[in-house]
Design a protein around this ligand. Structure first.
Ligand code: WTA
Length: 622
């Protein structure tokens, strides 16, 4: 049967994919274990998570696993003392893992760097001491505006090691967005690079930082640390800026891990929500560490010989949890690639898989759809036989792309895991394990300890097959623990909309087997290539143009990116539409928000449809 025929027949058949016999024999968690874990978690949620926590090292154990007395302000592992970096590094250098590769990094031009656990430990300590020398201490905030570089991992861990809170701003975001984040987060230090390589070009990141910091938006900002990467000329303000290499050169490679309370903040991650303005969510050392460690090991069935590659950028939660913290907590080797997947041609990712013998590859549906366009020729040119597990996250995984990955990358030998979770959840929530029966397009069932459901607006369960709102009914350890900004408002958004349940903001349905199918966002949030962007953020960027009176933005389907933005615009009196204006507005969005926010088209209207209270009716557009 040729490839096309197989795909077609699969598409018209509601196929289920059973685990291969070998997987059932070798998996660390088999279906019986999974059933037992679910049962334990149903009867005694705290025991289930306590057992997971016992796998990690604590300076002092908890008094309570989950304190629910002030719900929904749940507190995990209250009374406990720990440091996530102690578990990600120190713990391993006491074992044979000391000389195991912790990080394999490949630059876009083809250069490569590797760190054993011991080398990473030393590099992190040096930078931790460097940060201290700059006056950074426990509870201080550090903004990281960094691409995919080893120093990005080092900076995250160095902050966490000394109890500082890192807040990463995606390197694809613009100076304006960076400025907003800096103003809100008010860091003591910003860490960045001179430039980095992306699709054959050098992106000059330090210049963006200079633009963002023009008139000192942060009260407490004292230093900007710049990593040498692309060797481009940059302006260095001698009172504020210093080179990373100069800072760490004379620092000692030892620094104690700060003793943190389990719910002390680890990092801040911003995410778009209904209100348009991104929310700064906080994750903490203890609960996050337990949730990410357990889900990483179970979902990816981790083995001592694995080489794990998550292709997400560390600027997003996926990169935080499953490129950096998850793999390092578990003591595995994590792979990081600086550049573009099509550079210099469409086989770059497959080249990396074969070169380093990647065994587990975790990516996004957009990435697969992008590579699918180039057919099976490219994957066929490389030896992908090291792969044993594939996964994806970030947006609905359409059946066609799922099957393409299953056949052409996994060669029918690797389970394809569609994992559902969010910045808010910190860890994977609904997902198969490699031993699960798979249905392409479904995220299958909630993991043990996760009580997810599909309900109507009042919180009543909807019948199988019917769409509804996705909710989580019980707390889980990696849930965000705090909010910067208006905590009451943000907590109300997630927990009061449907009383007593966590409102995820997604629409989903369950089938007769209890399998979940995620359909998309329920709110005014676009999902462009798996990046969450509020429609209000795009509208705000458009209305900054002097000719624009009002703007409304909706999401429209895109074959590769899942969704892109479409804008409806009314102009101020005296202005008329033109091709130039069209171009200018697209450029405006790009400048304000960054190149990932793609406005496909702009329609000029005399007026926009409004409700009686004056709100734009987006449902009547698009
Ligand atoms: C979407 C990324 C369908 C969803 C880890 C969610 C998904 C948002 C899936 C979170 C999936 C994530 N299938 N949709 N497997 N995984 N999403 O915060 O809309 O960047 O609410 O976290 O992505 O995006 P975030």
């Amino acid at each position: 049967m040729d490839h096309k025929e197989t795909l077609d027949s699969l598409l018209h058949e509601e196929r289920v994919f059973r685990p291969l016999p070998q997987m059932l024999i070798e998996a660390g968690v088999n279906p019986q274990d999974l059933r037992a874990a679910r049962e334990l978690a149903e009867v005694d949620l705290c025991s289930y998570w306590e057992e997971a926590a016992e796998e990690l090292d604590w300076f002092k154990k908890w008094e309570q696993v989950c304190d629910i007395s002030d719900a929904p302000n749940y507190r995990w592992f209250s009374g406990a003392r720990c440091n996530i970096v102690y578990n990600a590094l120190d713990r391993h250098i006491e074992t044979v893992n000391k000389n195991r590769l912790a990080l394999i990094w490949e630059g876009e031009p083809g250069d490569s760097r590797q760190y054993t656990y011991y080398e990473l430990y030393r590099a992190v300590n040096r930078f931790a001491n460097g940060l201290k020398a700059l006056g950074v201490g426990k509870g201080d905030r550090v903004v990281l505006y960094m691409p995919q570089l080893p120093e990005t991992v080092i900076a995250m861990l160095a902050c966490a090691r000394i109890g500082a809170v890192h807040s990463m701003v995606f390197s694809g975001f613009s100076a304006r967005l960076l400025r907003e984040r800096v103003r809100e987060v008010d860091p003591r230090v910003v860490v960045t690079v001179d430039g980095f390589y992306r699709n054959g070009q050098v992106i000059r990141l330090k210049e963006e930082v200079d633009r963002a910091l023009l008139d000192d938006p942060a009260q407490n900002l004292e230093s900007v640390v710049v990593v040498h990467r692309a060797n481009v000329d940059v302006n260095m303000d001698s009172a504020r800026d210093c080179w990373y290499e100069d800072l760490v050169r004379h620092e000692r490679p030892h620094a104690p891990a700060e003793i943190m309370a389990a719910d002390d903040p680890l990092f801040i991650m911003h995410t778009s929500g209904t209100t348009g303005k991104p929310k700064g969510l906080v994750h903490s050392h203890g609960g996050y560490m337990v949730g990410v460690h357990r889900t990483f090991k179970w979902v990816f069935d981790l083995k001592p010989t694995d080489i794990f590659w998550c292709s997400a950028d560390p600027g997003w939660i996926t990169g935080h949890s499953y490129l950096v913290y998850g793999p390092l907590l578990a003591g595995t080797t994590t792979v990081m690639y600086e550049g573009h997947s099509l550079y210099p041609q469409a086989d770059r990712l497959w080249n990396i898989v074969s070169k380093y013998g990647v065994t587990i590859f975790y990516t996004s549906p957009t990435q697969i759809r992008t590579l699918m366009r180039f057919g099976h020729r490219y994957p066929e040119q490389h030896d992908l036989s090291s792969l044993r597990i594939l996964g994806a996250v970030g947006e609905p995984f359409n059946t066609e792309a799922w099957l393409w990955m299953y056949e052409n990358i996994g060669k029918g030998q690797c389970p394809v895991l569609d994992t559902w979770w969010q910045t808010e959840t910190g860890m994977i929530m609904i997902s198969p394990l490699p031993v699960s029966v798979l249905k392409p397009g479904s995220v299958t069932r909630p993991l043990p300890g996760i009580d997810a459901d599909v309900v109507d607006a009042e919180g009543n369960p909807v019948p199988d097959g019917k769409g509804g709102l996705l909710v989580i009914k019980k707390p889980w350890p990696a849930m965000f623990s705090d909010v910067i900004g208006d905590r009451e408002e943000v907590m109300a958004h997630y927990w009061k909309r449907i009383p007593g349940m966590f409102y995820a903001g997604d629409v989903a349905r369950k089938d007769e087997d209890g399998y979940f199918w995620i359909q998309g966002r329920a709110d005014d949030v676009l999902n462009i290539s798996g990046h969450r962007i509020g429609t209000a953020e795009v509208e705000c960027a458009l209305t900054k143009h002097p000719q624009v009176a009002e703007a409304a933005v909706v999401g429209v389907v895109d074959k590769i990116k899942g969704q892109v933005a479409k804008a409806y615009v009314t102009l101020n009196h005296g202005f008329v539409e033109s091709d130039d204006l069209h171009r200018e507005l697209k450029e405006q969005v790009r400048r304000e928000l960054g190149p990932i926010v793609i406005v496909r088209s702009i329609e000029f209207r005399d007026e926009l449809p409004k409700t009686s209270s004056g709100k734009i009716k987006r449902t009547e557009l698009g």
